[in-house]
Design a protein around this ligand. Structure first.
Ligand SMILES: CC(C)(COP(=O)(O)OP(=O)(O)OC[C@H]1O[C@@H](n2cnc3c(N)ncnc32)[C@H](O)[C@@H]1OP(=O)(O)O)[C@@H](O)C(=O)NCCC(=O)NCCS
Length: 216
């Protein structure tokens, strides 16, 4: 079964023509997403120490992130708590990326939703870089976003030097949109405002007839 079919089967995508009959408008991805090798599940407070040790407190993993490296586990604890709150509000969905074969936590990936647009961000623990895991997780969330009638665009932003992340974004199906010179702060590079690349993809819903033709 493809991810697309699985999202439909789980009822996270409105059936054709039913958009306006949905009880609560607003896109909300499934709490658990399975891919070939991974499970994405919501981050909770209980993950704080693993997140701090694995990547949020690590200089190399956070070097090209736009948040300050966590200097102690209590910062991670507060962030993990905030993830739970944002899940409840429906504004952002932060997942732990878990490797099914070993149950190891590889990193995190988040889809933030605002005014009908989705933004993707991710970070992995260094020992797990280079195995296609970020791409696999990103593709899952892009696939879900592309099926949402309430969303019009998905984007991801990264530092121009972050070649690995650029590849992940491109392999997940987003295209280069623009370069900004001073829109983003890069705390680990001591830049209050520095360059960034924006990648995006428009979300255009297929006509119900086309979906039926494809057997969805
Ligand atoms: C960016 C990051 C998430 C990538 O995760 P990953 O699981 O290693 O990514 P993937 O294996 O799915 O793909 C990485 C791609 O980048 C390429 N790559 C990795 N390092 C590279 C480098 N230094 N130069 C050029 N390409 C590089 C890989 O070859 C691969 O591309 P390919 O499939 O075309 O060969 C991971 O490196 C990370 O967590 N970095 C720190 C946090 C971060 O930068 N997050 C993104 C913020 S925008």
């Amino acid at each position: 079964m493809t991810l697309e079919q699985s999202f439909r089967q789980q009822g996270h995508v409105p059936a054709a023509g039913l958009k306006h009959a949905l009880p609560a408008p607003g896109a909300r991805p499934p709490a658990f997403i399975r891919t070939a090798r991974l499970t994405l599940r919501p981050i909770s407070e209980a993950d704080a120490v693993a997140i701090y040790r694995g990547f949020a407190g690590r200089a190399k993993a956070t070097r090209l992130m736009n948040f300050p490296r966590h200097l102690n586990p209590s910062i991670t604890q507060a962030w993990a708590e905030s993830c739970e709150g944002r899940w409840q509000k429906g504004t952002a969905f932060a997942y732990m990326i878990v490797l099914d074969a070993t149950s190891q936590n590889l990193g995190s990936i988040e889809l933030a939703l605002n005014k009908g647009e989705a933004a993707l961000g991710y970070i992995l623990s260094e020992p797990f870089w280079g195995h296609g895991f970020a791409t696999e997780a990103a593709r899952a969330l892009v696939t879900w976003a592309m099926m949402q009638p309430d969303l019009s665009r998905i984007s991801a932003t990264c530092h121009p030097d972050n070649i690995a992340s650029i590849r992940v974004i491109e392999k997940a199906g987003l295209q280069f949109e623009t370069r900004m010179e001073d829109a983003i702060a890069w705390p680990q590079l001591d830049r209050r405002a520095g360059p960034s690349l924006v990648f995006s993809r428009k979300i255009v819903q297929q006509q119900p007839q086309l979906r039926r033709q494809r057997g969805a």
